[in-house]
Design a binder for this molecule. Structure first.
Ligand code: CO
Length: 461
C-alpha cells in the first residue's frame, strides 16, 4: 500500500507572511476557499503568526471574523494556525489567563490544529497553550525550532520531542524558519526522532537558501508524516517549496498525498493575478523571490542579515558589517545559544551592532537583553555567560522558576477598560494582544457602521 504523506498548504499564512508581509486582504482569497477545500490537503495554515496583527494594523479586518469566514467556506479540510506559545501572536509574554482564553477562542472560532512554538525551545513557555488546546478539543502540535549551535545536538532535539509527546502533544513539527536545515541533517534528525517518538512528525522549512525542496523530500524518505508547501505562484525564495511540484514528485515515487493536481491548478490560477498585483504595486519585492545562500555561510537567517545591514546603513557604518558578523555568534554564545528567531534574532543582532559601534562589549545593554538575562523570556538553551550576566544584572538575581507565574491576569482589567467598545470576548482578546491596533479598529468599525446607517437613511428618503 502507498504510504500517506500529509500536505499542509500555507499560502494564506506563511507564504503570505514571507513574501508579501501578510498584507493579503480577505477579498483576495474569499472566492477560492471552497475550491481549496476540495484539493485534498491534510490541512490549511490560515491564521496566527503575523496575520492577527496585520488584520488589525493594516487591513482594517477583524481577525476573528476572518477565521470564522474561512471556516464557513472550508468545511472538510483541517484549519491550522501558528502560535508563539506564551507570546501567543504578539511579542511579549502574556499572562496564563490570556493564553488560555486565546487558545480556547481560536478553537471555538474554527481552528483544528495549533502549532505551538517557543523561540527558546523552552517547554515551560509552551505548556499552558498545549494544555488549553487539548482541553478545548484541538490538535496540539508541539514544535522544535531548528537551529545550528554546539549545544543543539540531535540528542537535545529528541529530548525535546519526547518531552512534547509526554506533555500530550498530538504531533511534532520540526520548524526550520531560516531554511538552513540540510537534506542529510533533516533525514538523520527525522530518523532519530522516529526511534523515540510515536506521534506524527511534520517538517516545515523555507526555500530561502534553496535547500527546502530537497530537505522535505529527504524528511519524507526518513518517515516524516507530512510537510508544508505553498501553491506555486506564492512559492520559492523566502516562502516554501511549491505544492504542485512536491505532490507531482511524491506521486511518481508512489506516495499518496491525497492532493488533486487539477484542483491545485485552479487554485494557482486564482492566485496568479493576486501575485501580479502585489508585484506591480510594490507589495512584493522581487528580491524575496531569489535564492540567497548567505544564511548558510553566516548561519544566520536571511531576514536578520538584512536587518543588520539596514541598522548599519542608517548610522553610516556599513563598513563595520564584517565586525558585526563576527560579533553576532559571540553574542549568541554569551546568551546561551538562543535560536535566531523572533524576538531573539533582533535582540542578538542589535546587541552585536551596539558592541561593535561602542567599541566595548556590553558597555550598553538593551532592556530586552536585560529582561532575557532576568529570565523573563524563559530559560536560555545553555547558561548565559557570567560576564554578560554581571554586566546586565549587577547583583540582581535572575528568576529561578517560571516567570509567567508572576504575570497578573490581564483580561479582567481589559474588559473593564473597554466597556461597551468590546462587543465580544474575542474583542477583549484582540485588545489584550494589540491594545492600540485593536482600539483603532474598534473605532473604525463604529465609524463604518455610522456611515452605513446614514446611507440607509438617505436611501430610504
Ligand atoms: Co515559517
Amino acid at each position: 500500500m502507498k504510504r500517506k504523506v500529509n500536505i499542509t498548504e500555507v499560502v494564506l499564512r506563511d507564504a503570505n507572511q514571507s513574501q508579501i508581509a501578510t498584507r493579503m486582504p480577505r477579498s483576495d482569497f474569499e472566492d477560492i476557499l471552497e475550491t481549496m477545500d476540495q484539493a485534498g490537503y491534510y490541512s490549511m495554515e490560515v491564521w496566527g503568526g503575523a496575520t492577527f496583527d496585520s488584520c488589525l494594523r493594516y487591513l482594517d479586518e477583524d481577525p476573528w471574523e476572518r477565521l470564522r469566514f474561512i471556516r464557513s467556506k472550508v468545511k472538510n479540510t483541517k484549519l491550522q494556525m501558528l502560535l508563539r506559545g506564551q507570546n501567543i501572536l504578539g511579542y511579549r509574554h502574556y499572562s496564563d489567563d490570556t493564553v488560555r482564553a486565546f487558545v480556547r477562542k481560536s478553537v471555538e472560532n474554527g481552528i483544528d490544529i495549533i502549532r505551538i512554538f517557543d523561540a527558546l525551545n523552552d517547554p515551560l513557555n509552551m505548556e499552558t497553550a498545549i494544555d488549553e488546546c487539548l482541553k478545548a478539543g484541538g490538535h496540539a502540535q508541539g514544535t522544535i525550532c531548528y537551529t545550528i549551535s554546539p549545544i543543539h545536538t540531535f540528542e537535545s532535539y529528541v529530548q525535546l520531542g519526547m518531552k512534547l509527546e509526554s506533555m500530550g502533544c498530538n504531533s511534532i513539527c520540526i520548524k526550520d524558519m531560516a531554511g538552513i536545515m540540510s537534506p542529510q541533517v533533516c533525514y538523520d534528525l527525522v530518523k532519530e526522532l522516529k526511534k523515540d517518538v510515536r506521534i506524527p512528525v511534520y517538517v516545515h522549512s523555507h526555500s530561502t537558501t534553496g535547500l527546502a525542496s530537497m530537505t522535505l523530500l529527504k524528511a519524507i524518505e526518513a518517515g516524516a508524516d507530512g510537510v508544508d508547501t505553498a501553491i506555486s505562484i506564492f512559492s520559492g525564495g523566502t516562502s516554501h517549496p511549491p505544492t504542485e511540484s512536491m505532490v507531482y514528485t511524491l506521486h511518481e515515487m508512489d506516495y499518496d498525498t491525497g492532493v488533486d493536481l487539477k484542483v491545485c491548478q485552479k487554485i494557482n490560477d486564482h492566485f496568479k493575478p493576486v501575485q501580479a498585483r502585489f508585484l506591480k504595486e510594490g507589495g512584493l519585492n522581487p528580491s524575496v523571490l531569489t535564492t540567497k545562500i548567505d544564511a548558510l555561510n553566516y548561519q544566520i537567517p536571511g531576514g536578520m542579515l538584512s536587518n543588520l545591514i539596514s541598522q548599519l546603513t542608517a548610522v553610516n557604518k556599513l563598513d563595520q558589517l564584517d565586525a558585526v558578523l563576527e560579533e553576532t555568534p559571540r553574542v549568541r554564545e554569551d546568551m546561551g545559544y538562543p535560536p535566531l528567531v523572533t524576538p531573539m534574532s533582533q535582540m542578538v543582532g542589535a546587541q552585536a551592532v551596539t558592541n561593535v559601534l561602542t567599541g566595548t562589549r556590553y558597555k550598553s545593554i538593551s532592556k530586552e537583553v536585560k529582561a532575557y538575562c532576568r529570565g523573563e523570556y524563559g530559560h536560555s538553551p545553555a547558561p548565559i555567560s557570567e560576564e554578560l550576566m554581571k554586566k546586565a544584572l549587577g547583583d540582581e538575581k535572575p528568576f529561578e522558576g517560571r516567570y509567567d507565574d508572576t504575570i497578573e491576569p490581564e483580561i479582567p482589567a481589559a474588559r473593564e477598560y473597554l466597556g461597551k467598545m468590546a462587543e465580544s470576548e474575542e474583542d477583549v482578546l484582540s485588545y489584550v494582544a494589540f491594545p492600540q491596533q485593536a482600539e483603532a479598529y474598534f473605532k473604525s468599525r463604529e465609524e463604518k457602521r455610522a456611515l452605513k446607517v446614514s446611507y440607509s437613511i438617505t436611501e430610504a428618503e
